[in-house]
Structures are given as C-alpha cells and as structure tokens.
Design a protein around this ligand. Sequence first.
Ligand code: NAP
Length: 253
Amino acid sequence: MASPPSSSGEMGQPAQSLVGKVILVTGAAKRIGRGIALRLAAEGARVAIHYQRSEDDARRTAKDCGGAELFRANLESVAEITRLFGDVEHRLGRLDGLVNNAARFTRFDPLEITEKDWDFIHSVNLKAVFFCCQNGARLMQKAGGGRIVNIGSLGGIRPWAEHAHYCSSKAGVIMLTRALAKALAPAITVNSVAPGVIPFEDIDERGKQLIEVTPAGRGGTPGEIAEAVVYFLKASEFVTGQILAVDGGLSQR
Ligand SMILES: NC(=O)c1ccc[n+]([C@@H]2O[C@H](COP(=O)([O-])OP(=O)(O)OC[C@H]3O[C@@H](n4cnc5c(N)ncnc54)[C@H](OP(=O)(O)O)[C@@H]3O)[C@@H](O)[C@H]2O)c1
C-alpha cells in the first residue's frame, strides 16, 4: 500500500517568502529594473534601489516601493562597486538577494567597432556583473546564503549581426551564471533571466520587426520579467545555474 505523501521531499518544499529579505536591484530607477523593484516590494522584500544617472526616477521608484533605500554608483568602476556593497551592508545590515539588471545596449557594424565601443559595453554588461556577484556573494555568505539573478538577454543566446559586442557580453553573463552557480553552491544560487523584446518608448524599427515575428504576437512587460526573477529568488537551492528565456517564444524561431 502506498504511504501518504507526508515528507517534504514528496510534497515539495513551500517556496521561500521574500518578506523582510534585503534584495539589491541594480539599474532600478526605471523600465525593467523599476518593474522588478516594485514587484519585490509587493512581495514584502526590503529593496535596495541602485541607480547611476536617473536620480529623479530612482527617487520615484523608491517612494513607490514604500520608502526603499537609494544607492548611487557607476558600475564601470570596481572601486565604486565595492563601496556600493559596503554601503548596503552599513545601511541595511545584510544582503539576501541581488538582481544584476543594469546594462548598456549599442548597435555597431562589427567592422567599425572600436576598443572604446567594446569596453563601453563589456565594462557594465559583464565586468560589473562579475564584481557585483563577487561582492554580493561575500555579503550573502555572512548571512548564511542567498540568491543571485543576472538579467541576460535573448541576444546572449541568439546571434544578432549588428550587436556582436552586446551579444558576446550577454553570452558571457550566461557562462558567468553557470560557473558561479557551481562555485557558490549550495548556499548561494545563481540563475539568469533572458528577456526577449520588452518595448519602451524608444523602440526602433528592428525591435518592432522582432515583435512581429515573436510567436506570442507582442512584446513583453517588466512585470513578466519580474515574475521570472521572483521565481528564482524564491526557489530552493536545487534550482541553480539555469537560464530562463522570457521572450514570447522568440528563441524558438
Ligand atoms: N528592454 C529590452 O527589450 C531588453 C531585452 C533584452 C535584455 N534586456 C536586459 O534587461 C535589463 C534591463 O533592460 P532595460 O531596457 O530596462 O535597461 P536600460 O534602461 O537600458 O538600463 C537599465 C539601467 O542600467 C543602468 N546603467 C547603465 N550603465 C550604468 C553604469 N555605468 N553604472 C550604473 N548603472 C548603469 C542605468 O541606470 P541610470 O539610468 O540610473 O543611469 C539604466 O537605467 C538589462 O540587463 C538589459 O540588457 C532588456
């Protein structure tokens, strides 16, 4: 006779609550980062809002998150990243989660791109993500564990001819996620959400064309990216090193 499903292994463990968790979101002033911050605040997390230039938007997002703490840093600089995480520890006492959302996006013919153009993208999209993970993981170890979610891109999975530099930075984020998942297991999980086209007012013709061929028949929303981020933040340590494309099926074309 089968025994009733009584153990937590058979029933599955309830998802972790985010209530009271300290979670830093980089580039959280507007657009996708704002959407993630608002959702985390709605889940009861103590959100730390990072921004660089968009101070007014950051203040609005912090207010809409119920009075979240604000942190300014230029993520191109490892010294500023170290100071940022020191400030988070000093002001919030701990770090339970990190969402690496800040990034840059440019378009160049690969035959024309310069060293400066290359570094402009990689300094933020890849180098900063690594050093934020390093600094964040050191704090999370003090808290007994944590969750890191790196925001990648469909461009890190599919090749885009005029974005070779951007695609390689986001492909780097995917491998960083997988390698750090191994390095930091089991206490800290590292996963990645790869958005498809999430349109805003500055969408260009290429973005519109990508939406036209998206199987879902539309672009995505910051709320849909936030939903995937919340999944990884709440999941057990058994979910790590994973890349979740939230792209309306565009990666399947
Ligand atoms: N939108 C899309 O369709 C799409 C598609 C695929 C992937 N993604 C990814 O999703 C994430 C969010 O996308 P998004 O379109 O919302 O991003 P975004 O508006 O282009 O950038 C997010 C924030 O990154 C911050 N940032 C840039 N350089 C920085 C630096 N040197 N130091 C500190 N912060 C810096 C900026 O903060 P400040 O404004 O405060 O300076 C900016 O608001 C990114 O990782 C992006 O690659 C987006």
